[in-house]
Design a protein around this ligand. Sequence first.
Ligand SMILES: [Mg+2]
Length: 367
Amino acid sequence: MKIQQVEAIPLRIPFTVGGRSDAGAWGGKDLKTVDSLLLKVTTDSGLVGWGESFGFTVVPVVKAAIDNVIAPLCLGRDPLLIEKLMREVQRTLHIFGRSGAIMFGLSALDIALWDIAGKAAGQPVHRLLGGSDAAELSCYASLIRYTDPELVAENANRALGLGYTRLKLHEIDPACVRAAREAAGEEVEITLDVNCQWSVRDALDMADRLREYNLRWLEEPVWPPENLDGLARMRREGGISIAAGENASTLMDFAHMLQAGAVDFIQPSPAKMGGITELRKVFALANAHNATVMVHAFYDGPGLVAGVHASAALGGANAVVEWRFFDLEAQLYGDAIVPKGGVMTVPQGPGLGIEPSADVILDYRLH
Ligand SMILES: [Mg+2]
């Protein structure tokens, strides 16, 4: 089998979030559409694999990297030699950066190759990773930033009404965290992601104000994301468990993060950090460092599904899936992976187990 075509497919899908959103790491205020980037690998045997890169405003850059740099390296290669192919393209491109657009594109490629490997073997990807008897996984509703305590409470209640028992907030004002805790009661697990908002000193001061809300974790409290000493100090002195990792890339970054004692929860993002090939190594490494993997998945295509397979096979009883709490006008997989009662069905078909809708791609493709 040989790779015949590698195609980057940008999508733009309108969405709502139960009120006006504030600006955040993903884009400006009151975002109306979400941009994502699919990668389609076609082989000469007729098998097709789907991957996904991280999206939003970086989509045009990653598309250019795939079209001009990554795709030409892949044509004619055996898609089943995933480890070899990924090692070689990573080596070939390393001088252009070990994260960012090149690595996002390679991540999408890797996910598509695992989809093909599963289809060729007639097995779901989770079985190629060691297998899982988990038919479903618990999800947390990952809310956008509102910066309005009333809207936070309203949307926390909306998520709880749909059966979620775990929430993530992207707020930076303790009043919004209080609103969520008061709306949710004491039993609901709440995490807070501030996307690298503070200096270490400011983050420690904020931790003093946030501790009473019993957060399961505080995510990326300090700037910049690679400030591992700062994260480690937060973890030692802040009194709240620390999560980070969505901006780390490839195995070595995660090794450094774990060696620094920077995190309780480590968050590899398969559509950014190297795909399933790197992700499975991070699971092993995290186990050896007594850290819990919480796969980052602020997206809803093959990147998310890749994380679901890895979490099912490698995450054990701790596995929880991030579900972006967006009401999209169209879902790439219909309702196949939309959580019901706060749980997501683990796809059981060959490869990633479900296929993107051709109609959704036709209707929402950006040209
Ligand atoms: Mg985050």
